[in-house]
Unconditional design. Sequence first.
Length: 246
Amino acid sequence: MMRLNRFLAAAGIGSRRQCDELIAAGRVTVNGKVCKDFSAQPGAGDHVKIDGKLVRAAPPLTIMLHKPAGFVSTRKDQRARDTIFDLLPQKFSRLFNVGRLDAQTEGLLLLTNDGELAQWLTHPRYEREKEYDVTLDRPWDPAFAPKLLRGIFLDGRRAKFVWLHAVSPTRLRVVLRQGINRQIRRMFEAVGCHLKRLVRVRVGNLRLGDLPRGHWRVLTTRELENLRSEKGRTTPSATIHETRRL
C-alpha cells in the first residue's frame, strides 16, 4: 500500500504537492468519507474519489517528449493554442508534465504519472541541472559571461548560470540549477541579447539525444533509476568553458 498522496499521484492526478492540496481542501473521499489524513493508505478494495469521481491508480509511466516551438506546456489553453498533449496519443492524457517550457522553447520535456519522481526532479533543494542550447540574434561578447555567472536579480532572486560554453559566435550552451520564469531569455535580455532559438538538451543526466522534434519515447528502467539516484550535478559551479577563440 502507499500513502494517499502517492496513490493520487500514481493515478495521474498531479504531483504529490498538488495532491496534498486536494486532500487539504477536502475534495478527496475514501469509501464515501472525506479524508484529510495525509498518512492514510488506501487498500485495493477501497474506493477513492476526487469531487465524487472514482480514482484508479495506474502503473508508473514516464515519457520524454521533444517539444517543438509553438506548443504550450499545459493540458488546455484558454487562448486555444496548441498544447503538448496535442502531440501525444490519448492513452497519455492522464500524464502531467514535470516543469514547463515556454511556448517558443523547444527540447526535452518529461511527462509522468509518478508524483514522487516529479517531486524529486523539480524540488529546489535537489538543484537538478538543466542544460540548454542557445542561439543568439548577434555575436556573443564573452565580456558578459562573468555577469551572467555571478547572477542578476529577477523576481527578487539572484538568477545565474552555473556553466557557460561558447560553441560558435552566436551559439552557447548554458546550465541552470534554478527554475525562474523565462529565466534564460530574461538573463540574456538584461545584457542586450535576444534569443533566436532555445532548446533544452538535458535534465540531470538524461539527454534529449536524437529524438526528433514532436516525437516521444518511454524512458527505460535504467534511465529512471539513474534519474532517481544521481544528484543532478555534472558540471562545476560558475564555469566558463570556450572551445575556440571567437
